[in-house]
Ligand binder design. Structure first.
Ligand code: NAP
Length: 313
């Protein structure tokens, strides 16, 4: 084990989505020289979206990846440091807190957890095997491969509607498979999807099996109508799973209090059960999960961190 930092840092931020980067901007401007540790997907989930139309300040919208690049530049301008590395363990029982990335240890007086959430999968046999071979969770990343092909999208929320609409740029037909007879998505996204002639909605329907193998990739899905029990095969080339997310909190099990799904519990603002450990963004928010709400809670975490450090010098 190598103690990478001889010093004990004031603050480490885990995650570089809108919550982590906003926390970085604020703590950097407060001269706390935050160290942002990010994993395999710097910029978080917004880097897998296209146009973000509802982030205030961009009247014409802004591409998700561009928005995140700008936030990172802004944080760097004020002195935030960035480290790419997968955090393998955290020790939060006592301060200074210890963060392990493989063999290296980083220590800090305050920690902001902004590790976000990851897409959920259906849990069907073949799903993981065919991941990247027809099964996807990101239309922005993989849509391009489905020019003139037929694809299915599972889910009835905003993500599913956005993905389905985006996929019509490439695919000749997009089947939306939704388990109920009403969509969860916001009216604007619903209307846009339902009005698109390339999109076919399969109501009250679930995917009961995924067809294909590693060699040939995905060849189709089996659908089951949960209202009348009827089953049918739907040949298709792509399956986009858009059924929500799970918080990235395995690292904190047994240390930071979480609810039954694993979302971190926060009390006043972004405080967790551990003094000096704050949680911001999707990792503690099963309800709103917007870029703007994540950014706002990152700001709160930064201000609470500043106050905590001031009071505990
Ligand atoms: P979501 O709102 O949780 O929707 C998940 C969808 O998947 C629901 O329709 C749900 O069905 C379905 N589902 C869940 N588990 C399933 C399973 N095992 N099998 C089949 N279907 C399943 O997730 P989301 O669409 O990813 O959105 C997450 C949040 O991000 C929301 O707050 C959303 O507003 C926000 N968001 C906003 C935008 C935007 O404003 N542009 C874009 C994307 C996301 P039920 O409806 O039956 O529960």
């Amino acid at each position: 084990m190598q103690n990478k930092d001889k010093e004990i840092r004031d603050v480490i931020i885990l995650g570089s989505g809108p919550a982590g980067l906003t926390a970085a901007i604020y703590t950097a401007r407060a001269n706390l020289e935050p160290l942002v540790i990010h994993g395999a997907q710097p910029g978080g989930q917004l880097t897998t979206t296209t146009l973000v139309e509802n982030y205030p300040g961009f009247a014409e919208g802004i591409d998700g990846p561009v928005l995140m690049e700008e936030m990172e530049k802004q944080a760097r301008r004020f002195g935030a440091l960035f480290l790419a590395g997968e955090v393998t363990q955290v020790k939060l029982q006592k301060a200074p807190f210890e963060i392990y990335t493989g063999d290296d240890i980083y220590r800090c007086r305050a920690l902001i957890i902004a590790t976000g959430a990851s897409p959920r999968l259906l849990g069907l046999p073949n799903e993981k095997e065919l991941y990247g071979k027809g099964v996807s969770v990101c239309a922005t990343c993989d849509g391009f491969f489905y020019r003139d092909k037929e694809v299915a999208v599972v889910g009835g929320g905003d993500t599913a509607m956005e993905e389905a609409t985006f996929l019509t740029r490439f695919a000749k037909k997009v089947h939306v498979i939704h388990r109920r007879d009403a969509l969860r998505a916001s009216p604007a996204l619903q209307e846009r999807a339902l009005a698109n002639p390339k999109i076919a909605l399969h109501w009250d329907t679930v995917v009961s099996a995924i067809r294909g193998d590693k060699q040939h990739g995905l060849t189709g899905v089996r659908l089951k109508n949960v209202a009348n029990g009827k089953e049918e095969e739907l040949p298709c080339d792509g399956l986009f799973v858009a059924i929500g997310h799970l918080p990235n909190t395995t690292l904190f099990t047994g240390q930071v209090e979480m609810e039954e799904r694993g979302y971190l519990l926060t009390g006043h603002g972004t405080e967790t059960n551990i003094r000096g450990v704050f949680a911001a963004g999707d990792v503690q928010d099963p309800h709103f999960r917007q870029a703007i709400t994540a950014a706002a809670s990152g700001c709160m975490a930064a201000i609470q961190t500043e106050r905590f450090l001031e009071e505990n010098q």
